[in-house]
Design a protein around this ligand. Structure first.
Ligand code: C2E
Ligand code: CA
Ligand code: CA
Length: 388
């Protein structure tokens, strides 16, 4: 059987019996499952589970035999999840999440051991809405895998303006997903899902390839080989063995100079300091430039700026958008700009929406701006025909 498969079962089919060894969990897409246990030689109904609910997962995690029998009370359509998949997911989880999960499981087992069958049923009902959310997420994950294979993911590009020269200096590549049934999916939502599931690794490489390819076309269009492309890099990608080498190979295969690629990491990633520092050194040795994204919103100490060999600070849009509303935000913005200039970094201000923003930023000494004043993220063809 595949590791995750959708299967149909007839009414009366016994999925597992009390005492069986466990190797699968099930999520109910449709139908009803009766959970029973043997008491005094008779099967007692513990609960009935319906669409969105999960069953059989506990035995997989704690390696125990089934503690109840599960029978299809009607014809059922189930997502069958093999133990290896579940174990791999838990192993791959962030160590804090893994630890919390293990603690939660221990408490849950402890509670189950001391409760009557009727209170177990109430708990099952309370878990149903959470299970429904989990099911939706799992479905979206299956769709995202398919989206990558079927080319539903596209890069759009937002120009980065040189405020001093008054022309486009480069672009940031941003991913869009047009789901065949659900339409455009919010980028933050599917990027987070991709990060949780490691799909961000193949998605990131796919984007990089597309962005390099399109950068060549933009450079050729204006005969300017200095145009650069910013690429977002997430923490999961840095953890992936061979990531730096794969990035280098793609950029070289597409015929783009690594100096024209800016790799953007967010401030919070810097908390994993040693890994990030090694990755920056390796990437810079390959010729890439490194940008610190969403600066001002994370938790890194300012001292880290001295130890990381960055090229660019990207000031988060929240500071630009609040600079005329609050004296405090204006001072923080000014201080960040002075800090960046003092460290001889390029500065890109995000979220530039008005000419007043632009004029003020230019007066502060910011060289680059990105935001709706110049353009929203646009597709390759829109850029080639309208922007230059
Ligand atoms: P980000 O890297 O901070 O990207 C900038 C976001 O700000 C984009 O949202 C962009 O559309 C939006 N934006 C740009 N100018 C303005 C403006 O003037 N005003 C306002 N209000 N917003 C503006 P988007 O495309 O929704 O992307 C959201 C986030 O998703 C990105 O934030 C980035 O963290 C992540 N992301 C997008 N594509 C990728 C990708 O391919 N890989 C990775 N790892 N992350 C990605
Ligand atoms: Ca970014
Ligand atoms: Ca940003």
């Amino acid at each position: 059987m595949e590791q995750e498969a959708i299967c149909n079962f007839p009414q009366g089919h016994v999925l597992f019996r009390e005492g069986d060894a466990a190797d699968t969990a099930y999520i109910i897409e449709s139908g009803t499952i009766a959970i029973t246990t043997e008491q005094k030689g008779e099967q007692q109904l513990l609960s009935e589970l319906g669409p969105g609910e999960i069953l059989g997962e506990m035995a997989l995690i704690d390696d125990k035999n089934r503690t109840a029998t599960a029978t299809c009370a009607s014809a059922c359509r189930l997502k069958v999840i093999h133990r290896d998949t579940l174990v791999q997911r838990i192993e791959a989880a962030d160590p804090i999440i893994r630890h919390l999960l293990q603690l939660t499981l221990q408490r849950y087992r402890h509670q189950m051991a001391s409760q009557s069958p009727s209170s177990v049923k109430i708990q099952h009902n309370a878990a149903a809405s959470r299970a429904h959310e989990a099911l939706e997420k799992l479905n979206l994950e299956v769709d995202l895998r398919q989206a990558l294979d079927e080319g539903q993911l596209q890069c759009v590009y937002q120009p980065i303006q040189d405020l001093v020269r008054g022309r486009i200096a480069g672009f940031e590549a941003l991913t869009r997903w047009q789901h065949p049934q659900l339409g455009a999916i919010n980028p933050e939502a599917f990027i987070n899902l991709a990060e949780e599931t490691d799909l961000i690794v193949p998605i990131g490489l796919h984007n990089l390839r597309q962005a390099c390819h399109d950068l060549k076309a933009f450079q050729a269009r204006v005969n300017d080989t200095e145009l650069f492309m910013s690429i977002n890099v997430s923490g999961r990608q840095l953890h992936h063995p061979g990531f730096s080498q794969q990035v280098l190979e793609i950029v070289q295969a597409e015929g783009v100079h690594p100096r024209r690629i800016k790799l953007e990491i967010t401030e919070n990633l810097v908390l994993d300091f040693d890994r990030v520092q090694n990755w920056i050194q390796e990437s810079k040795a390959h010729g890439f430039r490194i940008s610190l994204d969403d600066f001002g919103t994370g938790y890194s100490g300012l001292g880290l700026l001295c130890q990381l060999d960055l090229n660019t600070l990207k000031i988060d849009k929240s500071f630009v958008q609040a600079m005329f509303d609050s004296r405090c935000e204006a001072v923080v913005l000014e201080t960040m700009v002075h800090l960046g200039l003092g460290l001889e970094l390029d500065i890109i201000a995000e979220g530039v929406e008005t000419e007043a923003h632009e004029n003020h930023l230019r007066a502060l000494g910011v060289q680059f701006g990105q935001g709706y004043l110049y353009a929203r993220p646009l597709g390759r063809e829109e850029i080639l025909s309208n922007l230059f």
